[in-house]
Design a protein around this ligand. Structure first.
Ligand SMILES: [Zn+2]
Length: 339
């Protein structure tokens, strides 16, 4: 299913079955005068996404032989299908930063460091095993060898548009938007979403994701944007207002986290602190224990990014206790130290 958004720009709804994100907005820019087309983001590497994406492309009469792909970031709901649907001549673009990050992940052996960090965050080995079984190959993007690296300011010309790559790290280490100054169109990827808040998590080797994210929200906030096009859910919204709301959301989250830390003067792991924060997670019963494991994984990741923000700004202290890291409010008296 597709919708025309603008002259030569179409949105294809790619179904993300069973995923709280529900749908990926894949954008297709139709080439003019026999020129090549551009597809922005693709969906997971599974049959449901493949069927809805290819269905939309067929309805649009698109041939992959004449289509290139731009991936806004490395997440598998954006990049998963790229190598599957590409024709031999298809150019697949992704930010150089995210390509390098993927290469680093692929080079790691056995227990990758994201899992090691989640153990330090307080996840049990049993929960980690559950996560590993659930995140099958469709959640990973491991085929970046042929991807072409994109840098800040690179320009792409498709369908009469001149799109400039804008590096916006935060949601991933090398997230990118595409901006067309003349028409005021900004392809947002997951940088700004109108109906949900983009997930900000920790990344081994990428320092201060939340601080970076806020800087890069402010980077695009005052662009003269007439048509902001996010990669998930609704596409109608005022971008500066939404950016202010997202920054406010993270500010409130930091306050909530500082309060939870003060309520645990003897120290708490990231996992324990996440249990004490409020989450907008749908589950059969209320309470942390009944949340699906995937949602707990993302919640602990988000808490870790906020703790890192506070740690780097000297508002909390961290200490390692055997296999886990505990966090303390700065004023914690020595006598209350965890043994
Ligand atoms: Zn994403």
């Amino acid at each position: 299913m597709y919708t025309q958004i603008e002259n030569n720009i179409f949105k294809i709804d790619v179904e993300l079955k069973g995923n709280p994100l529900k749908v990926l907005n894949s954008y297709y820019i139709k080439g003019t005068d026999g020129g090549r087309n551009l597809l922005i983001d693709t969906g997971f590497r599974n049959d449901v996404c493949r069927t809805s994406l290819l269905g939309g492309l067929t309805e649009l009469g698109a041939s992959m032989e004449k289509t290139d792909i731009f991936l806004t970031h490395l997440h598998a709901d954006h990049s998963g299908l790229a190598t599957d649907i590409a024709a031999p001549g298809t150019r697949i673009y992704m930010s150089a930063v995210d390509i390098n990050y993927l290469r680093g992940l692929m080079a790691m052996d056995g227990s990758d460091s994201e899992e090691r960090v989640q153990l330090q965050n307080g996840f049990s080995s049993r929960e980690l095993k559950e996560v590993g079984e659930m995140f099958g190959h469709e959640f990973r993007c491991e085929f970046c060898d042929g991807f072409l690296p994109v840098h800040e300011g690179d320009v792409f010309r498709y369908g009469g548009y001149e799109l400039r790559a804008v590096l916006t790290p935060g949601h991933t280490p090398g997230h990118m938007c595409l901006y067309e100054e003349k028409s005021g169109i900004l392809f947002l990827g997951d940088h700004v979403l109108f109906d949900i808040t983009p997930n900000i998590t920790f990344w081994p080797g990428f320092t201060d994701p939340l601080g970076q994210y806020v800087i890069n929200l402010l980077k695009v906030r005052d662009y003269p944007v007439r048509l902001p096009l996010p990669a998930h859910r609704g596409i109608i919204g005022d971008m500066p207002t939404r950016i202010d709301e997202i920054i406010e959301h993270h500010g409130a989250r930091l306050d909530e986290l500082l309060k939870a830390l003060r309520e645990h003067p003897g120290g708490a792991t990231t996992y324990e602190l996440a249990e004490n924060l409020s989450w907008n997670i749908r589950s059969e019963h209320p309470g942390w224990g009944s949340y699906p494991i995937a949602q707990r994984w993302f919640a602990v990741g988000e808490t870790a990014a906020h703790l890192e923000y506070l740690l780097l700004r000297d508002q909390v202290r961290a200490e390692r206790h055997r296999d886990v890291v505990c966090y303390y409010p700065r004023w914690r008296p020595e006598c209350m130290k965890r043994q």
